[in-house]
Design a protein. Structure first.
Length: 400
């Protein structure tokens, strides 16, 4: 595929990590604004994987790795969820031997390989002047690496965990908590009908925003988050207390997937790690359910309480974006183009204290964004706490 030369420049865009509603609206916003400003836009497929897998030969069909984006194409998908460019969790700086593309396997033979040289060569092959990666802290950590190598990068934050440092908001978070609240309320009918505990496991590896905010909104009685290891006996006692106060005799707890019992570590599904060093999480909701049922007679006059255990999982990340995840991506995409037009790069598009802005891109790797438990979490009552909402941002818990 020949890249047009008679434009102001070529902009590449990719999405990495997990899918969230709002990615396609962001791609649409970048593409339409860029085309109208006179740029060519290339969509890189399958995240960083697409920039590794390219064969630098104009006679080779690389359509599985990239394509020219048009206004007609992005308009058609711009209102839908997911990412039509597809995604991956590949980290080109730490690519396992098994994931090195076939055409590069003679060159890269180590167990872990740094393919950044290939990424930079492929960006040059595509004549890309600016790259706009959309992703979470993992995906954007490699964007920082490219920037330090001298490439022009503008990053857009997305993740339903809302844990990218430097911004109060990441694309996908609003839809995630909206769905969490809605699904929790729907499941109340079953919990109430059978007078049970309702245990819902939600996303959140290191940050508990996806469980603490729905609980603050009244979706649950309690929540346990990665930032604080909890006592299962105390949780059971509190859930019995909540159940007793409820005329329908049930109570609800939201459990972040990265939460852990006191004295224990996170629960993983096997030992396989992705390129960013993460093992697959899963199982804490089931452990909490089993233990609460076992312990419940101690706090309920000798009578056990049954449990409804549900992992919300992909139900909160599939489907169409809500209003905020339709508006914010539109703004983020246009903000990225504002910077490119000004010749600015090495920035992260942000939303801070209700205002759109940008920050140095290396803020992504300079710290961790987690719940400030001293300000927002009652470690004894296992629920959110707050003193005043005055002058707080929309989603209350900021990046600092």
């Amino acid at each position: 595929m020949e890249i047009p030369k008679n434009t102001k420049g070529v902009i590449g865009i990719l999405t990495g990590g997990g899918d969230v509603p709002g990615l396609n609206p962001a791609i649409r916003a970048v593409t339409i604004r860029a085309l109208r400003e006179g740029y060519t836009v290339i969509g890189i497929r399958k995240g960083w994987n697409g920039l590794v897998d390219i064969i630098r030969d104009k006679k080779v069909d690389n359509s599985e790795n990239y394509s020219l984006l048009t206004e007609e194409l992005v308009n058609r998908v711009g209102r839908t969820g997911g990412t039509f460019l597809h995604s991956s969790r590949m980290n080109p700086s730490k690519t396992s031997k098994a994931h090195v593309p076939i055409h590069l396997q003679d060159k890269y033979k180590d167990e872990i390989n740094d393919l950044t040289e290939e990424v930079l060569a492929n960006l040059a092959f595509l004549n890309i002047d600016y790259l706009i990666p959309i992703g979470g802290d993992d995906t954007l950590s490699y964007a920082v690496r490219l920037y330090k190598e001298g490439f022009k990068v503008i990053a857009i934050p997305k993740t339903m965990d809302n844990d990218v440092p430097g911004t109060d908001y990441c694309i996908g978070f609003s839809t995630c908590i909206t769905r969490t609240i809605s699904l929790t309320h729907s499941l109340r009918t079953s919990a109430g009908s059978h007078e049970r505990f309702l245990v819902l496991e939600v996303f959140g590896r290191y940050a508990g925003f996806t469980s603490i905010l729905p609980t603050l909104a009244g979706a649950a009685n309690r929540c346990v988050i990665p930032e604080h290891k909890f006592d299962i006996n105390r949780l059971t006692e509190l859930m019995i207390e909540d159940r007793f106060k409820n005329p329908s005799k049930y109570s609800v707890v939201l459990v972040s997937e990265g939460a852990a019992f006191s004295g224990e570590d996170m629960i993983f599904k096997g030992s396989v790690m992705d390129d960013y060093g993460h093992k697959k999480l899963g199982g804490i909701g089931e452990r909490v359910s089993d233990q609460m049922k076992h312990l419940s007679p101690q706090y309920n006059k000798g009578v056990p309480v049954d449990v409804i255990n549900q992992k919300l999982g992909y139900l909160v990340r599939c489907g169409d974006p809500d209003a905020i995840d339709s508006i914010v991506p539109m703004a983020f995409g246009n903000l990225a183009l504002d910077l490119i037009i000004k010749g600015v790069h090495g920035r992260l598009i942000t939303l801070r204290n209700g205002r759109y802005d940008n920050a140095p891109i290396d803020i992504v790797t300079s710290s961790k964004k987690i719940v400030d438990i001293d300000r927002y979490y009652n470690t004894d009552r296992l629920r959110p706490k707050y003193n005043s909402f005055e002058l707080q941002p929309l989603f209350l818990m900021t990046s600092i």
